[in-house]
Design a protein around this ligand. Sequence first.
Ligand SMILES: *Cc1c(COP(=O)(O)O)cnc(C)c1O
Length: 235
Amino acid sequence: MNRREELEAGLAAVRARIEAARSGAGRDGPHDPGVGLVVVTKFFPASDVRLLADLGVRDVGENRHQEAEAKAAECADLDLVWHYIGALQSNKATAVARYADVVESLDRPKLVRGLDRGAAERGRPLDVLVQVSLDPPGSQHRAGAAPDDVPALAEAVEAAEHLRLRGLMAVAPLGEEPAAAFARLAAVRERLLADHPRADRLSAGMSGDLDEAVAAGATHVRVGSAILGSRPAVR
Ligand SMILES: *Cc1c(COP(=O)(O)O)cnc(C)c1O
């Protein structure tokens, strides 16, 4: 198999898994929002992004600023939607907002101003998801806002002129059944939707747990290795 065929096979397998999870969860009715696929291309070259675009992929995800910036520039001729899904440093927020179309990892108020400035410079609104931590309270904090901090963060995004609050993103913690973590996420989402009915995206689920995420209402899954193969451990 050449690389294009590998990617094509990976995409077909993941799309079939998504469809099976949708029907298994009774989410195949006409009013279901469906499940969008964001292909996570971190660690893989721009040539793979090009092949994916040719295979019909529109949404791609990256988690490191420098790599994402370079790849977005190399692929500027393609009609892609770039999702920034990685940790954000506040001094990089403006730069990320200049090339990202969706920032999924807003997890503290300090980032709002920089993202808003970058979106203003680019002259268009930036879609933002608030990243929620699903770690049990008191555990060593991974990325993401504590569920109780989500309402204030959502307000801060809504108040920024060039940002559009679109919903939530989360990563299931290690060492717990993903279904249990995603059930907590669904509750956080219910609360958010009560105040912000248009913030209805839910980005959850990766190669290992997309099935559970779809069952919990994910509108977007972020899938890397199941499509592109395993990433090098270090680079
Ligand atoms: C790398 C990454 C993914 C994709 O992970 P896979 O297990 O390769 O599918 C999804 N979400 C985030 C935030 C990531 O960093």
